[in-house]
Design a protein. Structure first.
Length: 318
């Protein structure tokens, strides 16, 4: 059971009391806000300062400072740390349950507040409707269900067009490849990586990771749809290999994959775009380039549409 009672001391802080087999009293004051609380939960789950800092677009020292200030304020060490690992202490494990409960209650209160106001908002979202993006479409549908007074309009476009639409104020939010763009903010929610795809029989010849020079006797299959990062990274890595591959262009991703099953050929594409197929093998790439990238929702910094902030606040709890 969780009980929250206001402290009447001059400090005007709060007591959070956890009752159960163990008793723990925590003091939560001015430094304890929902952003810091969410970062505590993220760190508890990811167990890596670098990953959390990258995810939240803050520096690692700033994240470390926030967590230490949080521990100092409540007077309890939440994490045990060494050079390689971050682990919750026993008290940290107890507080994780409390933190998740507080964040959940905050989100439920936010939803009820906006539902009671009944204000009509409009939210135009652009994203690809391809298979690998169905989960993000579901986020929009859940948001629409939670906030029926928000008129959600969805338009199908590939990632570069979605980002461009937000930049040009033709959309409120768009799902694209995370990249530094002036006046845009990102809510990064997924990590993807480029992989080599070849037929299963051919794959038995190679050990991972595979250098493209090992594939010099094979054709390279590709598509221009979707444009942008789908062919930008493969072009860069092929240039890095120094091999002049024989190439064949297909209309779409599905056709590329189907033809890769039966030909002495390979393709390079994001892992999320690759369908599960016993006739295909997915191999990691040996390269000096970074094959990973993040996808997320982009919006204008300080967007004046309340529906944008409402959606972004709702997103972590979907």
């Amino acid at each position: 059971m969780l009980t929250i009672v206001q402290d009447v001391s001059e400090e005007e802080k709060y007591h959070i009391i956890i009752t159960g087999n163990n008793y723990l009293e925590l003091r939560v004051g001015a430094l304890m806000n929902f952003i810091t609380l969410k970062r505590f939960v993220d760190l508890a789950e990811l167990k890596n300062y670098t990953k959390v800092a990258h995810q939240d677009y803050i520096s690692q020292p700033a994240l470390s400072k926030q967590i230490k200030e949080m521990e100092a304020e409540i007077g309890v060490q939440l994490f045990s740390r060494d050079h390689h690992h971050v682990e919750l202490t026993r008290q940290g494990q107890q507080f994780l349950t409390t933190a998740k409960s507080l964040l959940s209650q905050y989100q439920k209160g936010l939803i009820k507040l906006h539902q009671s106001v009944g204000t009509k908002y409009h939210l135009k979202a652009i994203l690809s409707l391809d298979r690998q993006f169905h989960g993000y479409m579901e986020q929009l549908m859940q948001f629409k269900s939670a906030f029926p007074d928000v008129d959600v309009q969805i338009e199908k476009q590939y990632a570069p067009q979605a980002t461009k639409a937000v930049i040009e104020h033709n959309a409120d939010i768009g799902f694209g490849v995370v990249q530094p763009i002036a006046n845009l903010q990102w809510n990064a929610i997924t990590t993807d990586s480029f992989m080599i795809v070849i037929n299963h029989q051919q794959a038995m010849r190679f050990k991972q990771p595979v250098n493209l020079k090992q594939l010099n006797s094979m054709q390279y299959f590709y598509t221009d749809e979707p444009a942008g990062i789908f062919n930008k990274f493969p072009t860069q890595i092929i240039k890095e290999s120094g091999v002049e591959f024989s190439t064949h262009k297909f209309a779409d991703v599905a056709t590329v994959l189907n033809n890769s099953k039966i030909a002495n050929a390979f393709t390079i594409m994001p892992n999320s775009a690759i369908t599960d197929d016993p006739e295909l093998a997915v191999l990691t790439i040996q390269t000096k380039l970074n094959p990973t990238f993040k996808g997320g929702w982009c919006s204008q910094v300080n967007a004046d549409n309340p529906a944008v902030n409402l959606f972004l606040n709702y997103l972590p709890y979907v």
